[in-house]
Design a protein around this ligand. Structure first.
Ligand code: HEC
Length: 289
């Protein structure tokens, strides 16, 4: 697995890639958007898998990461992006300062570090340097707000999900709801295709295989642990240019099992923006007020 790009905010309206030579001038309230060529194992996309700090000594593992800036990560499998947001009280970096963001590869089979969903490790630990500019009023990245349930349901209806998923019987997969207070029925419910019933060799509480007993929509806000997104991603026609070769096939052979979702003849596939509505809604807690 490889890091394709790290982007940061350079002005109120623009982000730019952080280049290897440390010359990118980044806004003090920027978040960092790390883009991968593969789907991550979301259990590895945690604070301990990277280090953001103004010290320039190399960081080999999380134990070396002293005086780190406090941040919160959020992973979206639709864009394969790990977004790193500065935390509340420390919501601005020091101005005119050199910072290093190190993305950690695991050093052995058990170590913390970034991994793809099939446990392939990030190929190498990589450090990205940048300098902050003068503080600019109001240029602070926050996680995007939750889309409304009206928007979420509009995506389900554009995808014509209910054409095939309108009932509550397992044979119909599950129930895609149409009215507001029904949305949570897909939240926290194990996707039947991932259920370990009859596979007693894997512990239920902490399955070793990514995807085992995965909920249709994760109740704790993990888009990376939401089967619905993978099922739809695996059914999208074409392959995004920046996706590693064979990735959808790997997903299909170990995670998205079950029948492929047949394409309906007269509907457009969902756009990436539609899928981002779903992943942002899940990351925001998948509630429907
Ligand atoms: C043309 C029919 C069809 C359409 C339209 C369709 N699906 Fe499916 N879906 C299926 C089939 C078939 C399965 C596989 C059922 C199986 O293998 O048991 C499935 C399975 C699923 C599953 C796995 C359910 C589980 O419990 O394991 C999810 C999640 C899902 N679909 C989401 C969606 C979403 C979201 C949409 C709309 C974007 C959608 N589907 C549109 C036919 C369809």
């Amino acid at each position: 697995m490889q890091v394709m790009e790290v982007r940061a905010r350079i002005s109120a309206t623009e982000t730019a890639p952080i280049t290897a030579d440390g010359t990118t001038v980044v806004a003090t309230g920027s978040a960092f958007f790390v883009h991968f060529d593969r789907f991550l194992d979301p259990r590895t996309a945690i604070r301990q898998a990277y280090c953001l700090r103004s010290e320039t000594d190399p960081v080999e593992s999380f134990e070396d990461c002293e005086q780190a800036v406090s941040t919160s990560p959020r992973y979206d499998p639709v864009t394969r992006t790990l977004s790193i947001y500065l935390d509340g009280n420390e919501s601005e970096l020091e101005p005119n300062t050199l910072y290093t963001l190190t993305l950690l590869a695991p050093r052995d089979g058990t170590d913390i570090g970034l991994r793809a969903f099939d446990q392939a490790a990030l190929l190498e630990t990589r450090a990205f340097q940048f300098t902050t500019g003068e503080p600019a009023e109001g240029v602070v990245d926050l996680p995007p707000p939750s889309p409304s349930c009206v928007e979420v349901r509009a995506v389900f209806s554009r995808g014509q999900c209910r054409t095939c998923h309108a009932g509550t019987e397992p044979a119909e997969g599950f129930f895609i709801p149409v009215v507001a207070n029904e949305l949570p029925s897909i939240v926290g419910r194990t996707a039947h295709e991932t259920s370990l019933d009859g596979h007693a060799d894997e512990p239920e509480a902490r399955p070793t295989r990514f995807g085992a007993n995965m909920p249709i929509v994760d109740a704790q806000g993990s888009a990376g642990n939401s089967y619905l997104l993978y099922k739809v991603l695996a059914a999208q026609p074409g392959r995004p240019e920046d996706l590693a070769d064979g990735e959808i096939e790997r997903l299909r052979s170990s995670v998205v099992v079950g029948l492929p979702m047949p394409a309906l003849p007269d509907i457009e596939p969902l756009s990436e923006d539609d899928l981002i509505v779903l992943s942002t809604w899940i990351s925001s807690g998948a509630t429907c007020e």
